[in-house]
Design a protein around this ligand. Structure first.
Ligand SMILES: *[C@@H]1O[C@H](CO)[C@@H](O)[C@H](O)[C@H]1NC(C)=O
Ligand SMILES: *[C@@H]1O[C@H](CO)[C@@H](O)[C@H](O)[C@H]1NC(C)=O
Ligand SMILES: *[C@@H]1O[C@H](CO)[C@@H](O)[C@H](O)[C@H]1NC(C)=O
Length: 275
């Protein structure tokens, strides 16, 4: 993957110079700044919430310096299989052992994580279990790091951790549309946006469910680095055409989210092939 993007780059750069927009001074400076990126893991994280954004970030790191820490309550393998989980309130927890799962390796604990510029919190069934268990470890970590972060991102129900930590007060945020009613009970003064592929408010970026995290990552990286050249080339190299309209959200209609924009265009709007 890295190598194919590297070999593609010189080729594509020559063809896109004419259409490129000029990056800002801040974007140019960010291209040589080494950002320290952290991704939180917990048992029952949603695989694509982590791997989708990571795929794009890994490819971008071939050109712009990034470091990565995977952070969890303990180091070592963290499974995407959720612990037993209450599906219906009042009923006993449902055992999810029959689900296939993948483990990712946590490199740091919340106590040993290095200084971070960018922190990404995924969602997944497991964060419903953390809530059931009154576990606020992730929320405490967010609170302790929030001031020193330049960017805080959540995918899917990861926004629950942001809401519970208090950082979403008076901020726009969105989440997994199939779990909307569960999510919006958390946090005070959160401006939940019913129809949004992703939201961006100050240093906080939140995406809708699962695959939407990749579209948010594309928008985020385009903002931080400028999109011409590397960011668009990486999307073409991994052959992913992201949705680029943050208001594009058919899933808010599919999942009957209260206040969803039923008149919004459900047309696909994709980039950057041929950008
Ligand atoms: C969010 O949405 C997807 C798709 O409906 C689902 O698979 C996932 O488990 C959801 N829930 C949570 C809590 O992340
Ligand atoms: C979590 O807190 C609630 C409210 O205080 C309590 O009713 C519940 O038993 C707690 N759950 C666990 C697993 O400790
Ligand atoms: C460049 O990175 C800094 C953090 O170092 C951030 O505050 C700034 O917003 C970034 N520039 C853009 C255009 O996003």
């Amino acid at each position: 993957m890295r190598f194919s993007s590297i070999t593609l780059l010189p080729l594509l750069l020559t063809t896109t110079l004419t259409t490129a927009t000029t990056p800002s001074k801040s974007q140019l400076a960010n291209r040589s700044k080494k950002f320290s990126l952290g991704i939180v893991l917990f048992p029952g994280f949603e695989p694509l919430d982590v791997i989708g954004p990571f795929e794009i970030l890994q490819s971008v790191s071939a050109y712009y310096p990034l470091s990565i820490s995977f952070i969890a309550s303990q180091t070592g393998p963290i499974t995407s299989r959720s612990p037993p989980h209450v599906m219906v309130p009042g009923q006993p927890p449902v055992n999810l052992d029959h689900l296939i799962a993948v483990s990712l390796h946590a490199t740091h604990t919340f106590a040993t994580a290095p200084p971070l510029d960018i922190l990404l919190i995924p969602g997944g069934m497991g964060n419903m279990v953390l809530v059931e268990n009154n576990d606020t470890t992730i929320e405490s970590f967010i609170q302790s790091r929030y001031k020193s972060l330049t960017h805080l991102l959540s995918v899917c129900t990861g926004s629950v951790s942001l809401a519970r930590s208090g950082v979403l007060k008076n901020k726009r945020a969105t989440t997994n549309k199939s779990f909307w009613n569960w999510v919006v009970q958390f946090g005070e003064g959160v401006k939940w946006v019913p129809s949004a592929r992703w939201t961006h408010d100050g240093k906080i970026w939140t995406s809708s469910g699962v695959a939407a995290g990749m579209d948010m990552t594309y928008a985020f990286l385009s903002k931080v680095y400028g999109k011409e050249g590397v960011v668009d080339n990486v999307l073409n190299a991994i052959e992913y055409a992201p949705h680029t309209d943050p208001k594009w959200d058919p899933f808010s209609v599919v999942w009957d989210v209260p206040g969803a924009d039923t008149k919004g265009s459900l047309k696909s709007c994709v980039k950057p092939v041929g950008f």
